[in-house]
Design a protein around this ligand. Sequence first.
Ligand SMILES: Nc1ncnc2c1ncn2[C@@H]1O[C@H](COP(=O)(O)OP(=O)(O)OP(=O)(O)O)[C@@H](O)[C@H]1O
Length: 316
Amino acid sequence: MIVSISPDAAISARGIVKRYKGAKGQEDKVALKGIDLDVPRGSVFGLLGPNGAGKSTFINILAGLVNKTEGSASIWGFDIDKNPRQARASIGVVPQELSTDVFFTPKEALEIQAGLYGVPKEKRRTMAILESLGLLDKADAYVRQLSGGMKRRLLVAKAMVHDPPVLILDEPTAGVDIELRRQLWDQVMHLHERGVTVILTTHYLEEAQELCDTIGIIHRGEVVTVKPKNELIASLDRKTLMVTPEAEMQPGDLASLPGAQVKADGNIYIDYRPSETRVADLLSGLNSAGISVRDLSTVEADLEDVFLEMTYGSDG
Ligand SMILES: Nc1ncnc2c1ncn2[C@@H]1O[C@H](COP(=O)(O)OP(=O)(O)OP(=O)(O)O)[C@@H](O)[C@H]1O
C-alpha cells in the first residue's frame, strides 16, 4: 500500500474505508475496503464499477457529504480533515439526479449557489458561466421551462460557481438521448481544455472510452486497477483478426486453425494474443488451409472487454 497522500494529485486517497451501520439486527455494510487512488491533475478520469461497487460513497466522502470510517484524502493538495474548507472549495460535484430549483431562473440559481459557497458578489461569474454552458439566452427563463439537457447543463454550471479546479460528474448522461449525450460530452471536453480536472462515473463504457484518458475500476469496495486508458486496453493482450474469404467456407475448412470460427456474416474470426502471435503467422495458417483472403482487418479489445474481465471475471 502507498502510505502517504500525494499532494501533486488532483485527488489523492489512501486507505479509505466506509462502514455503514446496519439497521437493527442487520450487519454493518463495508462499502469501501481501503481505497488507494490518485487522480492526476488535468486528466479526464473515469471511475467505473458495477452497481453497488462504492463509487457514490467515495465521491460523497470527497464532497464532504458522507463521513469516512478510516483513511485520508486530499483534494488539490488540501487534506479533507485538516483543511476541510479549502478541500471543499477545490471541488464541484454534479449530482446524478435532476434536482433543480424549478422556481428560480438559471441566473438566480447560480447567484444563490455562489452565496452558499461564500463567493463575494464582485467575484461572481454568473453570466460567464451561463455563457460557457450555452445557457446565456435562458438566464432569465424559469428552470421548469428548460429542456432536460439544459437542466443538466445548469447542474454543471452550479457546480462551477466557485471555480473549482476539480469537477466530479456522477453519471452525467444517465437516461439522456444520444444528442444530449453528445452535447454534454462537448461540455466536458471544453472544461478539460480549460484545465479543469474532470472525474466522471458512468455505466456507459463507450462514454469512458470516448472521453477519459485515465480509468479506475472499483469492484466491491476495492480499486482493482488504475491505468491510462490505452495501456489498460493493451494490457488485455487480446485482438481479433477478421478475414473475408474469397470463397464460401465449407465444414472442416478451419480444422487446422485453432481458435478460428466462421460467423453468420460469412467472415472468419480468429482471436489471438498480439504478444505471442503475429498476423503474418495467422495468414500463413490460412494459406496452408487453402483459404484465399479477399479482405482483412483487426479488431482491438475495448473498455467493455477490460471491464468484464476485471469485474465479472472474478465472480463465482
Ligand atoms: N446509507 C447507506 N446505508 C447502508 N448501506 C449503504 C448506504 N449507501 C450505500 N450503501 C451500500 O454501500 C454499497 C456501495 O454503494 P454505492 O452507492 O456507493 O455504490 P455505487 O458504486 O455508487 O453504485 P451505483 O452505481 O448503483 O450508484 C452498496 O452495497 C450499498 O447498498
